[in-house]
Design a protein around this ligand. Structure first.
Ligand code: UTP
Length: 421
């Protein structure tokens, strides 16, 4: 306990001196020809890797989701605009679409915490969203929680409140659940990592996978360009020959708005938390220590005065997965369009809410429809300029697939509003 108390007093000593920071260079899809890389070759490499089943998927779903205020695992949060499918079902459909494309089932690893494990397992059992033989639900570790005046928080029975140890706990949790050896036995070299809160995540991106493998990257990340200095997103910085990611809450405000000579933001590559990780690197990380971060959260604890369990503002210790990044060789940043791939459900109000996510899903599908059939869409929008639509990943999960699937439709939907494909 002494060790943890000293950590609370020295929050995140791992942060480097900012005077050495530079903006990282980032590979853009559009720059591939100039960089001498052929996108067709990269795509083929990615496809071959999918075909060979050398990729597994990893969802971190052990968080408490306190900001959204949903009573249950966030993976069971209903997110799609018409059908109200929950996040886990959306991801399962994406992976089933991938199975259809490559003729093989992919291993799916889901990290839960002690609060979310039981309900997650029960939901998968009840709904049979994914082939059980390929589904690996495993629990992460915990760390003690404290009051804001740094006293250990207690449960009703007098034990210390212990909470999930952050998404960085994934490395040790994978090892503990013996899943690293499973990956090795199955010849899986890449883990496709994503968080539980982003239904726009693409799991079928052969080009990104090809680029990751071609660069021999140990840790690749999809990034989105930050437009306004105050956007609350983790930012990548070049720190000597190492790349690191700094959480927005820990990013020095004076650097948030630093600009290059051409007026662009100096630190503008925002983290989507969509990563490709080499399994060798994951193995190495499982034997390393990551730094601790102190996070303020709403925490349930025993209140000795009222003699009841109360939700209070407290302190929680966490490891962050991206603290492993400076150790990674050849890291790759890969820019994607924010509106196509990133709309997490984080907060009850403000940014990244269920409502913004719903709108982003609909707008993405309307953009695909516009590309597929602009005249039909225009007519439909005359009748209802703000339609609610939904397209299952099993129909299409990216624009190119949508264009082909739309062409194959024997007849077009009668009306757009409320339409589900
Ligand atoms: P968030 O940073 O959104 O945290 O997690 P959270 O705990 O889920 O939500 P709040 O802050 O209490 O509202 C980002 C991702 O990391 C996972 C979450 O499930 C989410 O997919 N995560 C977070 C874990 O798996 N374990 C943790 O201990 C923390």
């Amino acid at each position: 306990m002494k060790h943890f108390l000293s950590l609370l007093n020295t929050n995140n000593q791992s942060l480097p001196t900012t005077s050495d920071w530079q903006s990282p260079s980032c590979l853009l899809k559009a720059d591939l020809p100039e960089s001498g890389l052929d996108s067709n070759d990269l795509y083929t490499l990615g496809e071959r890797t999918f075909q060979n089943g050398e990729v597994a998927f990893l969802t971190v779903a052990g968080g408490l989701g306190t900001r959204i205020g949903f009573d249950g695992p966030k993976g069971l949060f209903p997110v799609t605009p018409v059908m109200g499918k929950v996040l886990f079902q959306v991801f399962a459909e994406k992976l089933r679409a991938l199975k259809r494309r490559y003729g093989r089932t992919f291993h799916w690893l889901i990290m839960t915490g002690k609060e979310t494990d039981k309900a997650t397992r029960e939901a998968f059992r009840k709904h049979a969203w994914y082939d059980e033989a390929y589904l690996h639900i495993f629990k992460q570790g915990t760390l003690p929680a404290f009051s804001t005046d740094k006293q250990p928080l207690l449960n009703e029975d007098g034990s210390i409140v212990c909470l999930p140890d952050g998404h960085g706990g994934v490395f040790k949790a994978l090892k503990q659940a013996d899943l690293l050896s499973l990956l090795e036995t199955k010849g899986i070299q890449t883990l496709s990592y994503f968080q539980v809160d982003n239904p726009l995540v693409r799991l079928d991106d052969a080009l990104f996978l090809g680029a990751h493998l071609h660069q021999k990257s140990e840790f690749s990340t999809k990034v989105v360009a930050k437009v306004h200095p105050e956007e609350r997103v983790g930012l990548f910085v070049q720190d000597g020959d190492r790349l690191r990611l700094v959480e927005y809450s820990e990013f020095p405000p004076s650097l948030q708005s630093a600009r290059n000579k051409d007026g662009s933001l100096k630190y503008r590559w925002g983290n989507t938390a969509i990563h490709l990780l080499s399994t060798d690197f994951v193995q190495a990380c499982a034997n390393r220590e990551l730094p601790y971060h102190v996070c303020r959260k709403k925490i349930k604890a025993w209140d000795p005065i009222s003699k009841t369990v109360q939700t209070i503002e407290g302190l929680k210790l966490e490891h962050f997965i991206f603290d492993a990044l400076p150790q990674a060789n050849n890291p790759l940043l890969w820019e994607v369009a924010h509106e196509e791939e990133f709309s997490p459900v984080k907060n009850a109000t403000g940014n990244d809410t269920p409502e913004t996510c719903r709108r982003d899903q609909i707008n993405r599908w309307l953009r695909w429809l516009k590309a597929a059939d602009p005249t039909w869409l225009k007519e439909q929008l005359k009748e209802n300029p703000e339609p609610t639509v939904e397209i299952s990943p099993l129909f299409a999960d990216n624009k190119d697939d949508f264009l082909s699937a739309w062409k194959r439709l024997p007849e077009k939907p009668k009306t757009l509003d409320g339409c589900c494909l």
